[in-house]
Design a protein around this ligand. Structure first.
Ligand code: FPP
Length: 235
């Protein structure tokens, strides 16, 4: 099977899943976190090297304080205690996003999980938290500008060279999945998504289980990736 090296997921539909069941929106996020844990282990078992997930965007701060607080508390709980299985499996957890205006206890939990898993080599779970794709490019451009001020020669600077100015130097995304039925990118990993295959599904994230993930892998295997050139499969 042709396996994507880097898969990204826009985990959408937690709120609708909860509302449909007569539960509070925060219950949807709790269920989503359980699914995320299972999917991360599964993806790495399947041979995916990096799984990136959109846990909280810079724009999600526009939501009610109650929802933001409960999501942050859930994330702290997972980072501090619940990711033990992920750690035992050898998965390195990294966080992408801006620190401002995250709470002190969230920053501490981020530090905690990154430190605990930093030597793990089996695969990477990249959690985008207080993340924006345009913000990542701006932050990278500022770092690059500083290097140029310090004498970096950019005569032969290539698009591949910009990856080291992003939050983490990860490979380009091969496959992006969005659950929950919306057909948009919502400012997610814009630089890394340039040549990725898209998989959109109406399934709400709490229902997106291993077999749903495998359907996306299967679709990927059957796509003809051309990278702006000519198909190798059909020529
Ligand atoms: C979007 O669905 C989802 C989010 C804003 C949060 C996603 C977070 C998780 C799945 C949990 C993360 C946990 C850890 C440990 C990192 P929505 O609530 O906007 O759904 P809706 O479109 O149905 O309202």
């Amino acid at each position: 099977m042709i396996m994507p090296k880097h898969v990204a997921i826009i985990m959408d539909g937690n709120g609708r899943w909860a509302t449909k069941k007569g539960l509070k929106r925060s219950e949807g996020h709790i269920e989503g976190a359980k699914v995320l844990e299972k999917l991360a282990m599964h993806a790495i078992d399947m041979g995916v090297e990096v799984l990136s997930v959109y846990a909280f965007s810079t724009d999600n701060f526009k939501r009610s304080k109650e929802e933001v607080d409960s999501l942050m508390n859930l994330i702290i709980k997972y980072f501090k205690t619940k990711f033990e299985k992920i750690n035992k499996k050898g998965i390195k957890v990294i966080i992408s996003g801006r620190k401002e205006p995250l709470r002190e206890d969230v920053l501490e939990a981020i530090n905690n999980i990154e430190e605990k898993t930093k030597e793990n080599k089996k695969g990477i779970l990249n959690i985008c938290l207080n993340y924006g794709g345009q913000e990542e490019i701006i932050d990278g451009a500022i770092k690059l500008a500083k290097d140029i001020q310090n004498g970096l020669d950019v005569t032969d600077f290539k698009r591949e060279d910009f990856y080291k100015y992003l939050y983490h130097e990860l490979p380009p995304i091969d496959l992006v999945i969005r659950t929950g039925g919306e057909l948009r990118l919502s400012n997610f990993m814009l630089y890394e998504l340039s040549y990725s295959e898209f998989y959109f599904t109406n399934t709400l994230f709490p229902d997106f289980d291993k077999s749903e993930f495998n359907k996306a892998l299967f679709m990927f295997e059957n796509r003809d990736r051309k990278f702006g050139g000519i198909s190798e499969k059909n020529n």
